[in-house]
Design a protein around this ligand. Structure first.
Ligand code: CP3
Length: 362
């Protein structure tokens, strides 16, 4: 196999960082790379200590702190990639929307976008105010050099628009869909504005050293296939292509996406993130083998006894069938009460059982 020759005599430390990026590009790797959605968060003692002294937004806005939280989590777990500590909602502020995180409630946008005038008032020329995220990425990149893959991220246009319109999380997305159906011109203008800001934001992150960008379409599962096609696909595709043109692979992730996977893959994203509800082999078939996939252990299996957890980890790896282009992850984020030792145990299991590329079926 060509890659083995290419890697001969190269110290393992040099291969570590590229293992994740190679898998994003469906190149063979020595073993399946692994990282976790929400790997830095409240389940980790070190993060809780930082949080005692700072709000979430303070951590995001102080590059030293954001970098420290990112690095600590990645090193403690021994993963192959570090996702920058930031939040999906940060770009709302330079667009002119104030928000806060209320304890136990998630994000709250104070004056949600509801009318054509509200959309028109949104600013698109202040993305440089988000520079603190790029500065944090620079620090993480300096720390890890090529040892780990560095992931920058942003929300997808639909998911960010839904936060702006609902003012927070939502069950039925009624306000979002009202604007979408009743004033489609304003809806499209809103998505255009979001894509403009996110493109600039992602460029800052790539220039600062992000190896890959993940686009979170966390709430896209609230759309049926026709509505995804008519109201969300095009803006996502434009963002995916714009980021790829910066020279990095894109991971496109959503939740409850079983019916949308083929269409999500049509955006051209290099990697599709699978949520935990669908078996990985079925998800990959729907995505198509021209794309890599990331996932998709149910995050709540991290509460199971280790024997059960091991069965589930092996099941995910078996479903990937040794094909190049599988990145092991959860099918959604780690929740606050998760035992850290179980997350570390999963990393060990993937290191042990996730030998792909070598002896792969292709
Ligand atoms: O390692 C990491 O992944 C941490 C970096 C990160 C955060 N938010 C920090 C954070 C990332 C990648 C995000 C993305 C994000 N933010 C998403 C997409 C991922 C997903 O889960 O689908 C979404 C939907 C948000 C919006 C958001 N931020 C919500 C809904 C919440 C509340 C969730 C809760 O459990 O309370 C947040 C807060 C948030 N963002 C926390 C963290 C670590 C927890 C709150 C805290 O520390 O006070």
């Amino acid at each position: 196999m060509e890659n083995l020759k290419e890697n001969e005599g190269v110290p393992e430390t040099i291969l570590d960082g590229s293992r994740f990026v190679r898998a994003c590009l469906r190149k063979p790797v020595d073993r399946t790379p692994v990282w976790f959605l929400r790997q830095a968060g409240r389940y980790m003692q070190e993060y809780r200590e930082v949080r005692q002294h700072h709000t979430l937004v303070e951590i995001c806005k102080q590059p030293d702190l954001a970098a420290e939280v990112t690095i600590t989590a990645a090193e403690k777990l021994g993963v192959d990639a570090a996702i920058i500590f930031a939040d999906l909602l940060l770009p709302l502020e330079p667009m002119g929307l104030d928000f806060e995180f209320q304890a136990g409630e998630g994000p709250v946008v104070h004056r949600p976008v509801r009318t054509a005038e509200d959309v028109r008032a949104l600013k698109t020329d202040r993305a440089d105010q988000l520079e603190y995220v790029a500065l944090a990425i620079q620090k993480v990149a300096t720390h890890f050099k090529d040892r780990l893959g560095i992931i920058g991220f942003c929300g997808a246009p639909y998911t960010l628009a839904s936060y702006m319109i609902e003012g927070g999380g939502s069950r039925n997305y009624i306000e979002t869909k009202k604007l979408m159906y009743r004033d489609t011109a304003s809806w499209r203008l809103l998505l255009d504005k979001i894509v403009t800001v996110l493109t600039a934001y992602c460029r800052q992150q790539v220039q600062a050293g992000a190896d890959v960008i993940q686009i979170f379409d966390s709430w896209v599962g609230s759309l049926g296939l026709s509505d995804y096609r008519d109201y969300a696909f095009e803006a996502s595709k434009r963002l995916v292509r714009a980021v790829q043109a910066m020279g990095v692979p894109v991971i496109y992730f959503g939740v409850e996406t079983a019916g949308l996977l083929g269409e999500m893959a049509a955006t051209g994203a290099d990697v599709i993130g699978l949520d935990w509800r669908e078996p990985l082999d079925e998800g990959w078939r729907a995505v198509g083998y021209a794309h890599a996939v990331q996932g998709n252990l149910d995050p709540i299996t991290l509460f199971a006894p280790l024997e059960v957890l091991e069965l589930r980890v092996k099941e995910v790896l078996r479903s990937a069938a040794g094909r190049p282009g599988h990145i092991f992850n959860l099918g959604h984020g780690i929740v606050p009460e998760t035992p850290v030792e179980h997350v570390q145990a999963v990393v060990k299991m993937v290191r042990e059982y996730g030998k792909q590329g070598v002896g792969s079926r292709e």
